[in-house]
Design a protein around this ligand. Structure first.
Ligand SMILES: N[C@@H](CCC(=O)N[C@@H](CS)C(=O)NCC(=O)O)C(=O)O
Length: 166
């Protein structure tokens, strides 16, 4: 399971990008650094990443989205983790009562969550512990993953990722 690392645009001698690198390290988010001279900030191709021509800027190759202004970048990253936590809480309360997502029986709707939840321990193991914090979600995921079709697809995915060096 792998997301492509974020790109953090910075400059070796300027503080704002490093401030942001510290937060990414803290959150255990994978990223790679790209350095750019100040002389190249207010022209293409950097202006397509940050029209304001300043550092830092973040590119997310998984979504094609760029974010700039260190406050906004922090907000975006925090919100991502917070949103996973919030949605997991909603699911957990629902599953505690109902045991299954829709109509009291298994359907594709359940399977659709599996690959997304697989990302959580890879990227945010220190921030979100599904087993401990959301036990009903964890039990539900364990049941779904035990289904032969899901287990086979997950196994194929793992093999493919290994073959591709991901
Ligand atoms: N409010 C911005 C400030 C960014 C900023 O001023 N960055 C400096 C480097 S630390 C910069 O890019 N200076 C180059 C310039 O203004 O042309 C943020 O927090 O991201």
């Amino acid at each position: 399971m792998s997301l492509k690392p974020l790109t953090l645009w910075g400059h070796a001698g300027t503080p704002n990008p490093w401030k942001f690198a510290m937060i990414l390290e803290e959150l255990n988010v994978q990223y790679e650094r790209k350095f750019i001279d100040f002389a190249d900030l207010k022209k293409e191709p950097f202006e397509s990443i940050n029209p304001n021509g300043r550092l830092p800027a973040i590119e997310d190759p998984n979504t094609g989205i760029s974010v700039w202004e260190s406050g906004a970048i922090l907000d975006a990253i925090d919100r991502y983790v917070n949103e996973i936590r919030r949605i997991s809480g909603v699911l957990d309360r629902w599953l505690e009562c109902k045991g299954c997502l829709v109509g009291g029986k298994y359907s594709y709707v359940n399977a659709a969550f599996v690959p997304w939840f697989d990302v959580v321990p890879v990227l945010w193991s220190d921030k979100i512990d599904i087993e401990k914090d959301f036990p009903h979600v964890n039990a539900w995921l364990t049941r779904i993953k035990a289904r032969p079709a899901i287990a086979k697809a997950l196994n194929d995915k793992a093999k493919t990722m290994t073959a591709e060096g991901i």
